[in-house]
Structure formats: structure tokens, C-alpha cells
Design a protein around this ligand. Sequence first.
Ligand SMILES: Nc1ncnc2c1ncn2[C@@H]1O[C@H](COP(=O)(O)OP(=O)(O)O[C@H]2O[C@H](CO)[C@@H](O)[C@H](O)[C@H]2O)[C@@H](O)[C@H]1O
Ligand SMILES: O=P(O)(O)OC[C@H](O)CO
Length: 750
Amino acid sequence: MSNRLPVDRVVQADGTTDWAPSPGGLVTAVEPIVRELGCLWVGWAGNADEEVEPFEIGSMRLAPIPLSSEELETYYEGFSNGTLWPLYHDVISPPVYHRTWWDSYQRVNRRFAERVAHEAAQNAVVWVHDYQLQLAPEMLRELRPDLTIAFFLHIPFPPRSLFAQLPWRRQIVRGLLGADVIGFQRVQDAVNFRHVSERYAGAPARGNTIVLPEAPDQPSRSVLAQEFPISIDAGGFEELASRPEVQQRAREIREELGQDRTILLGVDRLDYTKGIRHRLKAFEELLEDGEISAHDTVLVQVASPSREQVEAYQQLREEVEVTAGHINGAHGSIGHAPLVYLHQSYSREEMAALYLAADVMVVTPLRDGMNLVAKEYVACRADEGGALILSEFTGAADELRAALLINPHDIEALKAAMLRAIHLPREEQRRRMRSLRKAVYDNDVAHWATQYLEAVSAAADAHAKQAEGARGGETAEIPVPAEVFVSSALRARLRRLATAPTLIVASDFDGTLAPIVGRPQDARIVPRARHALEVLQESPDVQVILLTGRSVEGLRVTGLESDSWILSASHGAELTGLEAAADSGSLTPEEDERLGKLSRRFDRVFRDELGVRLERKPYGIVVHTREVAEPDRASELLAAAVELGAVPGITMRVGKQVREFSVRNTDKGSALQMIREMLPAAPVLFLGDDVTDEDVFAVLGPDDLGIKVGEGTSLARERVADPEAAAAVLAVLAELRTGIVIGSEVATVH
Ligand SMILES: Nc1ncnc2c1ncn2[C@@H]1O[C@H](COP(=O)(O)OP(=O)(O)O[C@H]2O[C@H](CO)[C@@H](O)[C@H](O)[C@H]2O)[C@@H](O)[C@H]1O
Ligand SMILES: O=P(O)(O)OC[C@H](O)CO
């Protein structure tokens, strides 16, 4: 169920009608999955005031939903694209709030829900897509309680501070919570939704599961709200790009544009979120600066028409077209226009040929749920050529770390990235493209759908059990699927570790086992994680190791002490729990003097800075800025600390809003290696969230498993969202190794 069907009905010049692929990323991603599964797709056929009969394309059955011209204006252009779209994209354009639009949004959502309620088989799974249909899950649940309902949001979910603007925020949250599984593009989107669920629906989350309290007409229920980053049919795009006719077309494009020119390419729906103006500005300035010329470089900007009746889109089109004219007028010559601007939609084949022809792909959104164009470019480049410039504000940037990542608001950085990409040596192109291709293939759309549908099927099982209990008429004890969902791929890896003869389970503390809090002494380990680690430590041939940047004393104040765990504190400078441990010893007089000097310097500079905290450790001193109110000020202070601490004999480590200066040059990675040498050989599971944990991920071998907790670049092989999810991983491992189930609460339902 999505606002649009995968095809739009088009009327030809001779009056006959035909079907054309409908625009946008949702269709690109979802269509191959629906084709494969052969389900019924319910959506609008692209024109107002038209009643279209259901029809079929291959294995897909399509059920069109009519929209009147008034609804097109109020539900689609109005509430969906004049209110929700800008609000969910960081208010790049101001959202507009109209009560009549909201009425229409409710009416159309109900029409979709009623149609699906009518069509769906008993106990069917219904998959609702995107922001236009956020009320449909709740409406469907009321109409058909037997259904399992999944929702996927293709665009970002805004932070609470922005979402709070929406006059109908409670209704939207409740609408979404009608689903059993809510999928988001990025970890942060899921986190944002979990916050608003607590705030506006009184439904708090445990890990990535939201527990809805029992209501008079409804038993307690749980909803999984988790990230499932979407992707493309990578193999399909690569196959397309390998066809001789597509390769021939790519050669023609190159010839037409000029064999020796460097081709930059932009491909977007003409949407203000895509950063097209920023891209053109940077390109124009490079021409003005004389860094490039129309003779040697050309930018092809393909912008497919989109939402042309919405004012902000009309304005954007005008601006882009005026700028394009200006760039060519000022910098072109006969036969050499620096910019080729195409306001048209093309076939997949033509897109693949363009991707093959382009030396540099420029993807600069100011905010984007994922951005499939970046992934399509990479999938088409089996030749390992080309360079990708990618905005850090896209979901894709979380995966495509080998791209040239930029902040599109920073025009100087964008210009520098364009120049760098134009001159990128062939070997570096290859290295980056290889890594990008691996990322795209590791999570292609089939992988995305499998992950998502596994979670849905777990929800469907729980649903069936609940229904069975209710039919029995007695008190049924059903497991609330309040479990943090651990993917099957990760479970398989944990299973391999659990069967190893000996095992090391190592973890960081703050942000990994314990949620980050303002004051370090207030941090507490998630009880389930503690329980799992205790069970693991007590089972034969398992050793638990904590690797923390805290000092031993700093950890003790959190209430965490265990004689049987090995503790490597202060980034490895302190060690307890290992008999053979080399005594880390007290400070030498030189170290003492160095540390004293630095400490006095920091005291002097930071004494009057509100929110800065200095922490003394046995071997070092830490500058904390987590409580500095202004993020910019916090960055300045950290930079100042780095400068002050840049003295011989002092090593600096970077943490989240923390800089640590030490007289001992140790890190968590070397600490783990040293401890491993003293223990029987065993594979290691390591969980960590911070930059300093990367030293550990870097020393893990092929039999070990590194899991990054939360967002950010990482060398780890797996990733989970937060400490609750890390606790779930440890619980799964403990259960697999010992059979003891940890923390699977049950709820009693009547
Ligand atoms: N001129 C043209 N001719 C033909 N095809 C063209 C075209 N211009 C663009 N396209 C195609 O349209 C699609 C655009 O997808 P994107 O993911 O880049 O953005 P979109 O905002 O539409 O998608 C929304 O859904 C997707 C999928 O979830 C999210 O990645 C994204 O963040 C969200 O906004 C691509 O498949 C691209 O090839
Ligand atoms: O043309 P629209 O408004 O249906 O947008 C298509 C995109 O996929 C947005 O998700």
C-alpha cells in the first residue's frame, strides 16, 4: 500500500492510454520486491478524477485508488508535500499547516485503509509505505485486527523539536503505532520516533521496541521501531549497465559531450531537498575562479519533473533554470556549454548509460532519507571507475563511507571535493569504488527485504499466539515481542561464537553497556547486559573483559564491580583481575611533572567555562564538554584543549565530546591484545560505541566479531542501535551458550 502505484496511467497524443513507470525512489526500491513476492499493490494511478479498474503486470496485481482534483490539492500537494515533506526534511522550506488539508489527509488515509481491509485475506500481512499514509496502520488495525501490519518510512523522521510543530502530532504517532513493525532508514530516525512515541503517545521504548499499555478495548501490544536501511537491486543495475547497447550509448554520450572533458553528473527529482542549487553554486564558482573551464569540464544535471503544482517546487525550478542559463551564458562558448540541464525523465537504460559515462557523480542533498541515485551509480560501475561525492545528510552516507563525503552547505568544501574528484588518481578511484561496491552489494534490496520481512514474520507469529490465547477464552500468557530484534545474520554470527570451545566477551562501558548521561557518575549498566555478562562469566571457558576509558575508580562509582571480570581501565593504562597482569605501576617523576603541568594549564584556561569538567585519572586528565550548552562553543573548547595538550610525552585520544590526555601511550586495542596473549586462545566478541573503541575493532581477526553500538563510521562488522540492543545481543549469546534465557519478560493478557 503506497500513495502511488509503480506505474502512472498516461494518455498518449492519439488519445490511447498506456502505463509508464512512476517517478521516485520508493518505486525503484520496492517494485523488484513486490514482483518477486507477487502481492497486491494498492495505490493511486497518477491522475485526478479517474476510476481505474484493477489490472495486472506480471506477478503484480494492482488496485487503483481514485483521488479527486480537490484531494490532489489538499491531501497530496497540501498535507503530504506542503506540510509533512518539508517538516520531515529539517524544514528546509517552511511547512504550512492547514486544517482543511489535515481533514483531507484523514479522509484519503481512511479510503486506502478501507480498500485494503476489503481486499486482504484473513491474517494477511499488509505493508504500508511512506509519509502519505501514516494514519492508515491504526485505521486498518481497527477494521481488521487479524492483519499483521508493517510500515516503512522512506524519508527521515524529524527530531522531536521539529515534530513538535505539527498540530496533529499525537494523531500521527498513534496512526503509526497501529503497525506491528515500523521501519526507518537510519538509526537516528528510529531514535527520533521512539522519543515522540513516549512524549505524545505515552508509549516508552525498551531498546527498539515500544510497549503499548493495555487499554479497555486492546490488550498490551508491542511495536518494533527500528532502522532497516533501504537499497537497490544492485545486480539488476549492474546487469543493465553491462548490456552492449547501454555501453554503446555511454560511449555516444561521452562523444557528444566531448571525449576529453570530465563529466560531472547530478540526477535527482527536481526537489529542494536535493541541494541542486548548492551544487550549481559550487560549480559556477569553480568556473569563475578559473579552476575549471567549459572546455575541460561539463556538468550534466538531470532533474526529473516533480510535484509541479506545489509552490516551493515551482520556485526551485525557476531558480535552477535561471542559474543554468546564467552559467552557460557567462562561461560557455560555441560548442561548449559547461552545463547541460535536462528537465525530463529517462528510461532505466538511459540512466545506466549516464552513470557509465560520468567521471564524477555529485549527490548533494541537504537532507535525504537514503538516496538511491548514489547506490545506482556505484552498482553500475563494475569497471571500478568514477568518483562519488556524497552529502553527509543522506542515509546512504552511513553505508557509503568510501565516497568523498561533504557538507553541502559548505560551498568551499563542496568546491574542494569537486576538484578532488575531478583529479582523483585512477588507483584511488578503484580503491574507493571497490569499497563502495562492497557496501552496496552487502546490503542490496533483497537483503533489506529479508531483514524487514523476518521482523514482520516474528510479529505475525506473536500475533497468531495472541489470537490463539484470546480464542481459548482464558488468561493467555503471551510473550510480548518486546524483544529488541536481533537480525538473523547477526544471530548466525553469535551462534558460531557460542559454540567455540573457549570464548572472550569484551565490551566498552559508556554508551555501550550503559546509556550516556550528563554526569559520568550517574551512568548505570543496563540490567539485562549485566545479567547476561554474569551468566556468560559463570559458564565454563568464557572470560568477560571490560575495556573502558574510565579509571578503575571512575567505573567503581557506577556500582559496577565484579571480581571475576578482567578490567582494563584508563584505555589500558590500568589493569585488574588478571593475575599475571604486569603492574601498571605508579607515575615516574617525569610523568608526574608532565601531568601536573598540563593539569595546571587546563585549570587556568577552563576554570570559568560553564559546563566544562576536568577529570583527573591516575595517568592522565580528561576534558569533558558534554554539559556545555552551545554545540559550537563545545567544539571550540575541545579544539583549544587539543592545542594546549599538544606537548611531547602526552598522548591524546578523541572521544564523544571528550578529549583525553595521557602520559601513558596505551589504547584499548593494544590492551586487548596484551590480555589475549595471557589467556587461552579464543575468539573475541567486542562491543563498543566510541571512537576509541575503533582501536579494538582494528585488531580483531576474521574469527572475532566487532559490533558498533550506535551511529558513526566504524571498522566493526555489525552494528546495533543502542545499549538496550547491545544487551539483547549479549542475552542472545548467553542463551545460545548456556540455554539460560535472560530478560524475556512475559505479559499477561486476558
Ligand atoms: N530524470 C530521471 N529519469 C528517470 N529516473 C530518475 C530521474 N531522476 C531520478 N530518477 C530516479 O528516481 C529515483 C530517485 O530516488 P532517490 O532515492 O534518489 O530519491 P526520492 O526522493 O525519489 O526517494 C525517496 O525514497 C527513496 C527510497 O526509499 C529514498 O532513498 C529517498 O531518500 C526518498 O526521498 C532513482 O531511482 C533515480 O534513478
Ligand atoms: O512524485 P511523488 O510525490 O510520489 O514522490 C516520489 C518519491 O518516491 C517520494 O518518496
